[in-house]
Design a protein around this ligand. Structure first.
Ligand SMILES: [Zn+2]
Ligand SMILES: [Zn+2]
Length: 74
């Protein structure tokens, strides 16, 4: 297991499914896309629409493309 990233801050969280452990499978709150108190990820940083996330359950680190804000209107 990786250590938690020093940038991991409980004040910055994101509700994205972890591609490694999929711990929110079967969770009623997550299935309704709610802000579950158990299944959230540390938001380490973001670059535009790309989020850099770490899962507190398995410490997996990955980037997630949200596609939000990726295009700028003129
Ligand atoms: Zn995980
Ligand atoms: Zn959940």
């Amino acid at each position: 297991m990786l250590p938690l990233d020093p940038q991991a801050d409980i004040g910055r969280r994101a509700w994205v499914a972890c591609p490694n452990c999929d711990d929110r499978r079967g969770c009623a709150v997550c299935e309704q896309k709610g802000t579950c108190t158990e299944h959230w990820r540390y938001l380490l940083s973001n670059t535009g629409s790309l989020l850099h996330l770490q899962c507190p359950s398995c410490t997996h680190v990955w980037t997630h493309e949200t596609h939000f804000g990726a295009t700028r209107s003129q």
